[in-house]
Write a protein of this length. Structure first.
Lengths: 105, 234
């Protein structure tokens, strides 16, 4: 699938995950690659973009027996964006589905 | 490709694509390697799953190219510094204007009070009957209040354009877009209402007392040009 197209959808997936709980980068990467077939390296540019856009913030948290992990947390803007983008995406998908069904007849 | 090769190639590619904060990015990939190694994957496997450093770096660049910093950064900074010189002239003019208006307000208030209290510092104020003097005094004080309110607004305006343009410069040079600031001063609704009331009243009082003072002086002196009747310019 087209990378640019996929990226927008992946952003939504990341927001969805972070809406449930704060995660560190690797956690997000694992979660996404478990569900969607993408290169592992794709997640970090998305996280950076979300941070630059003010959708997420980061904080460091000490872990027992390891270096501190960088956690990503949804900002207020991120949450609002997620809610509206989710609605938009779902109605878009529904419309595309209906369109493709039309094609089958 | 092993871990170190991957990371150093990624670093080179990031630099080549002018991606900022590359240490921060590399750190994230180092952690990725650490986690995957702990899960029992080999360095080669991990590198292969990450995607090529070239492709990864391009994705970091992709988010940057949407910013306005598409041209050479050095050129933009030089141009912006050049622009600052001209902008500074405008700011100084704005502030000078506000100061001038405020000084005029002070002078006007001083003369007005002198007229009302009949204090005549070194005979500067020419002869007129006290009634005229009182009305013109009130007129000048009203004028002073009006100018003071205006200078308050001009100061706020000058301050705001400086703030807004600093924000604008920062956004263009650094590329991370903060919301732009408005170019006109933003007052609280209460302040705005107060300012408007003060201006309206002072202008009204100024206009009414000016006309009243002129007409009254003409009647008292029995001449349309009362300033000649009272020998102001002799």
């Amino acid at each position: 699938m087209n990378v640019q197209y996929k990226k927008g959808v992946l952003e939504l997936c990341v927001l969805s995950l972070l809406n449930r709980k704060d995660c560190y980068g690797y956690e997000i990467s694992e979660y996404l690659s478990k569900h969607i077939n993408i290169a592992d390296g794709t997640v970090y540019p998305i996280l950076r973009k979300l941070k630059n856009d003010g959708m997420v913030t980061t904080y460091l948290q000490e872990e027992s027996g390891g270096p501190p992990r960088k956690y990503y947390s949804l900002t207020r803007l991120g949450r609002d964006t997620y809610i509206s983008d989710k609605e938009e995406y779902l109605s878009f998908v529904k419309a595309v589905e209906a369109l493709l069904e039309e094609d089958r007849k | 490709m092993n871990r170190n090769e991957y990371l150093s190639r990624l670093k080179t590619e990031l630099k080549r694509n002018n991606v900022g904060e590359s240490e921060d990015i590399i750190e994230e990939y180092e952690q990725h390697f650490a986690f995957k190694l702990a899960d029992g994957f080999s360095e080669e496997e991990i590198a292969a799953k990450l995607g090529s450093p070239e492709a990864v770096a391009l994705q970091f660049k992709g988010e940057r190219s949407e910013d306005k910093t598409s041209g050479s950064k050095g050129f933009i900074i030089a141009a912006m510094s050049f622009a600052v010189v001209f902008e500074a002239i405008v700011y100084i003019l704005f502030f000078a204007w506000a100061i001038t208006v405020f000084a005029t307000s002070l002078a006007s208030a001083g003369i007005g009070i002198a007229l009302i209290t009949r204090i005549n510092p070194s005979g500067l104020i020419p002869y007129m009957p006290y009634l005229s003097s009182l009305i013109f005094g009130v007129c000048l004080v009203a004028f002073a209040v009006c100018l003071a309110a205006a200078s308050y607004y001009f100061f706020a305006y000058a301050k705001q354009i400086v703030k807004a343009s600093i924000r604008w410069h920062k956004n263009i040079v650094s590329g991370n877009a903060l919301p732009p600031l408005p170019w006109s001063p933003q007052f609280a609704a209460k302040t705005k209402r107060k300012l408007r009331t003060v201006l309206l009243w002072s202008v009204t009082v100024f206009g009414v007392t000016l006309i009243l003072g002129m007409v009254l002086s003409q009647i008292l002196s029995g001449s349309l040009e009362f300033w000649h009747a009272w020998n102001w310019f002799v």
